[in-house]
Design a protein around this ligand. Structure first.
Ligand code: F6R
Length: 261
């Protein structure tokens, strides 16, 4: 696991964009598959990727995007549905066509329909050859995707109940707190672990406890993001505030300075 701590959120976004671009296949003839988190954390990273496209350093026109999760029960086209969010905030920036974006379908009205949608999503990801780089944020309660504390470490894409903490944290995107859906479809922790590279972005002091528990605590379902420790190619990009609870900080800085450091 590589932990990169930057002084500002902007520098964090730049480092994360570099880690994403380095993890995508190039010159192999394979179409890149980029896993996309929503929320505030990766917005700067997406802006950086957009700048790389604009300056010709990156090209996502042949890439596929794969969402990390989707709310259940929002009306089709709701602006806070993650398909809409990704189309609005990411696909335009990257030049990624809408038909190349795979999002779990949260419109099913009962568990069998949603379970079938989860399976169809997993099959689509498999047909694409898996995710090359999965972008991730972390919840203040340690969730990864919407795998809330207690999620099985081997879980697959499925329906999950959102915790009240998560609903409160996401209420800023909705007119009223009660409008935040109670359920979602989320890639499971086992699904996320199959991506070839994971890039997690966290900024701000509200994330410092979760970051410290995930990176330096035990591997446990109580802190779903602790599965990052199990993955052979994880890059964690933090600002100073999010890194404040890390005990091994000096080592991370030394390691990030490279072979000559
Ligand atoms: C988003 C997602 C969540 C968020 C997390 C952090 O698709 O799955 O895990 O990454 O809730 O959200 P922000 O970045 O808004 O603090």
């Amino acid at each position: 696991m590589e932990v990169v701590v930057s002084h500002t959120p902007e520098e964090t976004a730049r480092r994360a964009a570099t880690a994403v671009l380095a993890g995508l296949p190039s010159g192999t003839g394979r179409q890149p598959v980029l896993g996309l988190a929503t929320g505030s954390s990766p917005l700067g990273l997406y802006q950086e990727l957009g700048r790389a496209v604009a300056s010709g350093r990156a090209d996502f026109s042949a890439a596929h995007g794969v969402a990390l999760d989707e709310y259940v029960g929002l009306p089709p086209g709701h602006p806070e549905g993650y398909r809409q969010v990704l189309l609005r905030d990411v696909c335009g920036l990257l030049g990624l066509a809408a038909e190349r974006l795979a999002v779990p379908d949260g419109s099913g009205r009962d568990l069998p329909a949603l379970t079938a949608a989860a399976r169809a999503f997993e099959e689509r990801v498999t047909a694409l050859g898996g995710v090359d780089v999965q972008v991730l944020g972390i919840g203040a309660n340690g969730h990864l995707g919407f795998n809330e504390p207690g999620s099985a470490l081997t879980s697959r894409t499925r329906v999950k109940r959102l915790s009240e903490r998560t609903r409160r944290d996401n209420a800023r995107f909705f007119a009223r707190p009660e409008d935040v859906p109670t359920h979602c479809l989320t890639q499971g922790l086992g699904t996320i672990l199959e991506a070839r590279r994971l890039v997690l972005v966290a900024t701000g002091d509200t994330k410092s406890d979760a970051v410290a528990a995930a990176l330096e605590g035990p591997l446990t379902a109580s802190v779903p993001a602790s599965v990052l420790q199990w993955h052979p190619d994880t890059v964690v990009c933090l600002d100073e505030a999010a890194a404040a609870g890390l005990r091994n900080r000096q080592y991370y800085d030394e390691a990030a300075s490279g072979l000559t450091g």
